[in-house]
Design a protein around this ligand. Sequence first.
Ligand SMILES: C[S@@+](CC[C@H](N)C(=O)[O-])C[C@H]1O[C@@H](n2cnc3c(N)ncnc32)[C@H](O)[C@@H]1O
Length: 286
Amino acid sequence: MSINLNMQPEFDFKIETTIVAPKKADPFIKWAGGKQALVSQLIPHFPKSFSRYYEPFIGGGAVFFATEHPVSIISDQNEWLIDTYEAIRDDWKKVAATLDTLPNTKNDFLRVRAIAPKSLNKIERAAHFIYLNKTCFRGLFRVNRQGHFNVPYGAYDRRYYDPANLSAAATALSGTTILRGDYEAAVVGISEGDFCYFDPPYYKLGGFADFNRYTAGQFREKDQVRLAALCNELSERNVKWAMSNSDTPFIRDLYKKYRKVQVNARREINLKSQERNVSELLILNY
Ligand SMILES: C[S@@+](CC[C@H](N)C(=O)[O-])C[C@H]1O[C@@H](n2cnc3c(N)ncnc32)[C@H](O)[C@@H]1O
């Protein structure tokens, strides 16, 4: 066979190589107290380098995903949330496929909401968690004293998930140690050279209802005091930490010996979704 090298190609085409940077994950759920809007104000205050990244109140994970640290330990007391992180890490495609089978109607919402997560396998549990988060009123997670998810139907026409984002989240979670339980247990192995970011349920601002019942129990004043004692102990062991908390006299007093940076946040204050500008604190022991 002979090839005519003078032959003009029928189409003038160029091969373009586009280097696509791997997508950084964003939170795949909405979370009360989520730090997505604040993360760019927080990270510049973090140490430039550290060995391991700890985040014991992971919630929606906005700071963890933005930090992209290769060695991370994350934890939360909300077991259903932690199951969901594990399922996304282990097989996000199966979680997505299960989400695809759940219709966004009020009847289906009420049916799914009535199913106890413990009666499901981990993939279904994660899919139900994300589904309820995306279809419930105001997209928040809240449980009653018995630990039952109790948010009404939201009737929103929103996507349950973005495949590229779930894939990026699975990648970010792949090298991550995922723990469940109280924050004190999460930092047991921490040592000098590591860095910990704490984002506890905020100390309640006087007069304003807090809707952040993330777990059957509540985070009370004594838990804030216990957390401050843990932070003092970490400081004595030369472990660097940063903490977000409300700008209140109680919190300022608990952390009076530490440096504080005011961070501007917009906080929803009631169910009519009014917002007011408040400043909250980033407390630093370095
Ligand atoms: C303010 S949220 C964290 C928000 C997170 N930074 C984000 O961007 O979504 C506080 C988290 O603490 C968790 N939590 C409550 N009590 C806890 C405890 N004693 N130990 C660990 N986690 C707890 C809640 O389940 C909730 O996810």
